[in-house]
Design a protein around this ligand. Structure first.
Ligand SMILES: [Zn+2]
Length: 199
């Protein structure tokens, strides 16, 4: 192995030490990597003289991203979203997705960002399937927001019967069904007064 030399004084007495540090990819998780530190006993300089840490970080990040892409694509399969439907919706060729999935080629930054958005907001695929139509997109977005909202709301059990979101061709609405209106509403959704309507 080539003798390592201090970049400041040319000494070959460098002392190398190793330490561990986590590298984190925002939603891809984290991994522990080995980092190095060189110290020159002759001039006192210390640091990552040969940029080994930078390369290790880059590699770890790229591995985390590739793993994330595979897990997102596997998630599609589990949720019965086919790669061909993603191709139709996003114009992202199925063979490209397959290559990313089996590691034959590295996903692009834009591709990773897109998959991250879809992982966080799966309804974006529905938006794409509807050809990015503005009105339809708003309904899909609000319908999902209402669902999320209902799941976070606290209802008083003695008064509350049910709540839900109905999306039709013309509108998306959120309804809240209270016990005190039960006589009126018992027949079904038709009698329920929407709380919030997005049309
Ligand atoms: Zn030195």
């Amino acid at each position: 192995m080539e003798k390592l030399i201090c970049p400041a004084c040319g000494s070959s007495n460098l002392v190398k030490s190793n330490y561990h540090e986590y590298v984190t990819e925002n939603i891809g998780g984290q991994v522990l990597i080995d980092k190095v530190l060189y110290q020159c006993p002759d001039c006192g300089l210390e640091g990552d003289f040969f940029n080994e840490n930078e390369l290790a970080i880059e590699k770890a990040l790229s591995d985390l991203k590739n793993k994330l892409v595979v897990s997102i694509l596997d998630g599609f399969t589990e949720n019965k979203v086919s790669l061909s439907s993603i191709e139709r919706a996003l114009d992202l060729p199925q063979r490209t997705l397959t290559k990313w999935k089996n590691g034959a080629s590295a996903p692009t930054s834009a591709g990773i960002a897109l998959l991250k958005f879809i992982k966080l907001f799966p309804w974006l695929l529905e938006v794409a399937e509807n050809k990015f139509d503005y009105e339809i997109s708003q309904k899909i977005f609000m319908g999902n927001a209402f669902q999320k909202m209902i799941s976070k709301m606290t209802f008083i059990e003695s008064e509350f019967k049910e709540a839900g979101v109905i999306t039709s061709a013309n509108s998306t609405f959120l309804y809240i069904h209270m016990h005190k209106n039960e006589d009126i509403n018992a027949m079904g959704y038709g009698n329920i007064t929407p709380m919030v309507t997005i049309s």
